[in-house]
Ligand binder design. Structure first.
Ligand SMILES: *Cc1c(COP(=O)(O)O)cnc(C)c1O
Length: 403
C-alpha cells in the first residue's frame, strides 16, 4: 500500500542517481501515514479481507503478504536497497551472514556436486562446508585464493560453485574477481563472492562478472555492532531458489534488524570513506614502527597485490593486520596494553577492535593448517573504527611500548 500521490515518484526519480543516493532512498515505500523514515513492521502475519482472499494470497494468485517468514515490508525495503547498491536483479535477506551462506548452498547445490572454497575464508564458513555440507554429499576442495592455476587445477566436471572472500580476513589477500569469474564460467560453475569487507561502497563483484554476492550485514552494513543479519544478491532466477529455501527452512531476517540495517546503509558511503582513510594512515604509521615486522593492508605499495586492489576496489577497507616482535607473548602483551580499543572478534563497528587471530578466529585450526593459512602467532588484527585517528594511534602506541 503506498500513498496515491507518491505512486511512481520514488522509482522514476531514482533512475541514474549515484550510489550514496541509492543508499539513502532505494526501495522505500511509504504507508498512508506519510512517514519520512522507513516504516518498521513488527508483525508475524497479515490479515485477509475474506476467506477467498486468503486462499488467493496463499496460492499466489493475488500478490501480497501472508506471513513474515515469507515476506515483510521492512525486510523488502532492505532487500531492494541492497539489490540497487550491488547492481543485482534481486536480493534476499537472511538472519545472519552464515544463514545467507547456508541458504545459498542449500538452494543451489545438491549431493554429488563439487564446490571450490578459497582457503582464506571466514572460520565458520570453512566449518559449514567442511563439517556439514560434506555430510550431505557435497564435495569440497580448497584452492589458494590468489592463485588462479590452483582453481583451474581443482575444477572437476561436477564443479558447481566457486566461493571466495576478497580481500581475505585477516591477511588482506585478493583474487582477480573478473579472471576467476571467467574461469568459473568456463567450467560451468557459478562464482559467489562474500563482499563483507568491502561492501558495495568499495567493490561490486556482480559488475566484475561474479554471479552471486553474499554479506554478513552484521559488519559494515550495520556499522555500529548492533544486529546480526545477512543477504544474498544476484540474478532473479538464482535468487528465487534462495527465497524458496529461506521461506521453507526459516532463517529469515527480523524486520527490526532490517530497519537497523536500513539506517546503517544511509551512512555507508561516508562511513566507509572515513574508515578507509583512517586505516590507510594507521597502516602507513605501523609500517614505520620498529616493533612491527610486517603490515598486511592492500593500500600499501608494499602489498604484492596493490595494483589489483587499486583496479578492483574503490578503496582498501579498514582491516589492518600486522606482525609484531616477540611471537605470541609479544602479540598478547601488545593487545593487553591497549586501553581504549576493544578486544573483540567483531569488526565493521564505529569502535576500533583488536584481536589475536591465532588464538581466536583461527584457534581451532591445527598448527599446520594455521601455518598454511599464513596466520603467525605474532599476528594482530585491527579493524579501524571512527574514533579520532590520533587517539587510535596513541592507544596502539601503548601496545608498541609494551613489546
Ligand atoms: C562475520 C562474517 C561472516 C558471518 O556473518 P555472521 O553475520 O556473523 O553470521 C561471514 N563472512 C565474513 C567475511 C564475515 O566477516
Amino acid at each position: 500500500m503506498t500513498i496515491e500521490w507518491e505512486a511512481g515518484r520514488l522509482d522514476s526519480e531514482l533512475d541514474g542517481v549515484g550510489f550514496a543516493t541509492l543508499a539513502v532512498r532505494a526501495g522505500q515505500r511509504r504507508t498512508p501515514e506519510a512517514e519520512h523514515s522507513e516504516a518498521l513492521f513488527p508483525t508475524s502475519s497479515y490479515v485477509f479481507r475474506s476467506a477467498a482472499d486468503a486462499a488467493a494470497r496463499f496460492s499466489g494468485e493475488m500478490p501480497g503478504n501472508v506471513y513474515s517468514r515469507y515476506t515483510n515490508p521492512t525486510v523488502r525495503i532492505f532487500e531492494e536497497r541492497i539489490a540497487a547498491l550491488e547492481g543485482a536483479e534481486q536480493a534476499v535477506a537472511a538472519s545472519s551472514g552464515m544463514a545467507a551462506i547456508l541458504a545459498l548452498v542449500m538452494s543451489l547445490c545438491s549431493a554429488g556436486d563439487h564446490v571450490l572454497v578459497s582457503r582464506s575464508v571466514f572460520g565458520s564458513t570453512i566449518s559449514l562446508f567442511d563439517k556439514y555440507f560434506k555430510r550431505f554429499g557435497v564435495e569440497v576442495d580448497y584452492p589458494q585464493l590468489s592463485d588462479l592455476d590452483s582453481w583451474a587445477a581443482a575444477c572437476k566436471p561436477n564443479t558447481k560453485l566457486f566461493f571466495v572472500e576478497s580481500p581475505s580476513n585477516p591477511l588482506a589477500e585478493l583474487v582477480d574477481i573478473a579472471a576467476l569469474a571467467e574461469l568459473a564460467h568456463a567450467s560451468g560453475a557459478l562464482l559467489a563472492v562474500d563482499n563483507c569487507f568491502c561492501t558495495p561502497a568499495l567493490q561490486k563483484p556482480l559488475t566484475l562478472g561474479a554471479d552471486i554476492v553474499v554479506h554478513s550485514a552484521t559488519k559494515y552494513i550495520d556499522g555500529q555492532g548492533r544486529c546480526l543479519g545477512g543477504v544474498v544478491a544476484g540474478k532473479s532466477k538464482l535468487m528465487q531458489e534462495v527465497v524458496g529455501f529461506l521461506r521453507t527452512a526459516g532463517p529469515t531476517l527480523s524486520p527490526f534488524n532490517a530497519w537497523v540495517f536500513l539506517k546503517g546503509l544511509e551512512t555507508l558511503q561516508v562511513r566507509m570513506r572515513a574508515h578507509c582513510a583512517s586505516a590507510q594512515a594507521i597502516a602507513e604509521w605501523l609500517e614505520q614502527q620498529p616493533g612491527v615486522e610486517r603490515v598486511y593492508y592492500a593500500g600499501l605499495s608494499s602489498h604484492p597485490q596493490y595494483e589489483l586492489a587499486k583496479r578492483q576496489q574503490k578503496a582498501f577497507g579498514a582491516v589492518v593486520s600486522f606482525e609484531v616482535k616477540g611471537g605470541k607473548e609479544g602479540a598478547w602483551r601488545f593487545i593487553d596494553a591497549t586501553r581504549m580499543i576493544s578486544i573483540t572478534a567483531n569488526l565493521g563497528d564505529t569502535k576500533t577492535t583488536i584481536a589475536h587471530p591465532a588464538t581466536t578466529s583461527h584457534g581451532r585450526l591445527t598448527p599446520e593448517a594455521r601455518a598454511a593459512a599464513g596466520i603467525r602467532d605474532s599476528l594482530i588484527r585491527v579493524a579501524v573504527g571512527l574514533e579520532e585517528i590520533e587517539d587510535i594511534k596513541a592507544d596502539l602506541a601503548l601496545g608498541l611500548a609494551a613489546l
